[in-house]
Write a protein that binds this ligand. Structure first.
Ligand code: SAH
Ligand code: SF4
Length: 410
């Protein structure tokens, strides 16, 4: 019987521990008459060991584990319920929360094709380190680095016209535990060891991109709490990138954070009228307002803002648009990720021509602005954000191999 079913058999409220900060864990332990160091032990078990049930928290005594269980405490990790694996190694999961809501999470070995896969600007020494670790893979660990794409909400309220998640509407925010829990569930599936330097074994390099379902900056507090949990795993915040459609209050608050991921902004258009037609949020905050807010973010050494630009055939992909884009971002320490639109059913858009994509990139590069084309990953498993959830939920006989997670080897 899983821990949720066990707990729901008790007449007490089920209380997930995963996602609680040390302060919250300490308060919970104090309520049970325990010393604060017990909270640190539990914190280690939850975030470093990534336990999936309380009986694995072996640093706590049996009676204490029983007491926690009797009080309704569970680890409460979300569960992978569907897996689709691409021929290119990408795995896309449907992950179920305790209330039955599901979100998508994606595992992309060797980055996500966005050059470094995490929206960051490659530093030469880091690239050298990458190639070194990639060739020295330890037995049983075929990958040396991977990127996980994480969801922040069930659905999304922003309503970008080209996005499948938008079609779901917003169902609810994810909690900090549910956001960080997606990462723990995926790392457990692949038995990834983080932060360990045992012998000559180099730990895997995991990058996180908050580019799954939802708008992280419309769930700001939970999202930032999740970041703080994830740093304890440990995944440094410098290996995380959050993408926003341009939610001004979120960007303003983000500018004041000391521990924060890198920032990617979905610009997707070179002027307000095109942007308004594909991203209605532009009516609330136009491009100029957005760029002003971005200018207040104190960038760290070697930090660049990433502008994402989804290329929609005939809408925003001409060389005139490229020129306009150059004028917009000139002077900002940034790079541009050109994303070829991933088509979805019944959507009034076209993929851009391959020749047009290359010409667009060349024009931007010629202006001295780094621009990368994001190689589509996992096309055969419906790569665009929101696609797996919609496919699984609306099609009883999908075209692709979708199997329960436990029937596929990790
Ligand atoms: N809500 C946030 C993060 C999730 S969307 C945001 O909008 O930034 C992550 C990225 O996927 C965004 O840059 C978005 O523009 C892009 N995207 C959405 N639907 C897409 C599609 N069908 N094809 C290609 N990119 C898409
Ligand atoms: Fe929401 Fe991002 Fe999709 Fe826009 S692109 S609807 S903000 S998930």
């Amino acid at each position: 019987m899983n821990e949720l079913k066990q707990a729901s058999n008790l007449s007490v409220e089920v209380k997930p521990l995963f996602g609680l900060s040390l302060t919250e864990l300490t308060a919970a332990m104090e309520r049970l008459g325990q010393k604060p160091y017990r909270a640190s032990q539990l914190q280690h078990a939850l975030y470093r060991q990534r336990i999936t049930s309380l009986d694995q928290a072996t640093t706590l005594s049996h009676p204490l584990r029983d007491k926690l269980a009797a009080e309704g405490y569970v680890v409460g990790l979300p569960e992978i319920v569907q897996t689709a694996r691409s021929i290119d190694g990408t795995e896309r999961y449907l992950i179920r929360m305790a209330d039955g809501e599901t979100v998508e999470t994606v595992w992309m070995p060797d980055g996500d094709g966005g050059e470094r896969g995490d929206g960051s600007q490659a530093a030469e020494d880091e690239e050298a380190e990458d190639s070194e670790t990639r060739t020295s893979s330890a037995p049983g660990f075929p990958y040396r680095r991977s990127t996980i794409c994480v969801s922040s909400q069930v659905g999304c309220a922003v309503n970008c016209q080209f996005c499948l998640t938008a079609k779901l509407g917003i169902r609810r925010n994810l909690t900090a535990g549910e956001i960080a829990g997606q990462v723990a569930a995926v790392l457990n599936r692949h038995q990834v060891e983080l932060g360990s330097t045992r012998g000559n074994y180099t730990p895997a390099r995991i990058n996180l991109v908050f580019m799954g379902m939802g708008e992280p900056f419309l769930n700001y507090a939970n999202f930032m709490d999740a970041v703080r949990i994830l740093t304890q795993m440990p995944i440094p915040e410098s290996r995380m990138t959050v993408s926003t459609s341009g939610i001004l209050p979120g960007i303003e608050q983000f500018a004041t954070e000391t521990v924060r991921p890198k920032l990617a902004v979905s610009l997707n258009a070179s002027n307000d009228s095109v942007r308004e037609s594909i991203m209605p949020i532009t009516r609330k905050w136009n491009i100029a307002t957005l760029l002003e807010a971005l200018a207040t973010i104190p960038l760290r050494t070697r930090e660049w803002i990433t502008f994402e630009y989804v290329l929609l055939g005939g809408i925003n992909d001409s060389l005139e648009h490229a020129e306009e884009l150059i004028d917009l971002v000139r002077g900002i320490r940034c790079k541009i990720n050109l994303i070829v639109w991933n088509s979805g059913p019944n959507m009034p858009f076209h993929e851009p021509l391959q020749s047009g994509v290359s010409a667009f990139q060349k024009r931007i590069m010629a202006a001295g602005i780094p621009a990368y084309i994001r190689r589509p990953r996992g096309r055969d498993i419906f790569a665009a954000c929101g696609q797996l959830k919609r496919t699984v939920e609306s099609a009883p006989a999908p075209l692709i191999a979708i199997a329960p997670a436990d029937t596929l080897a990790g």
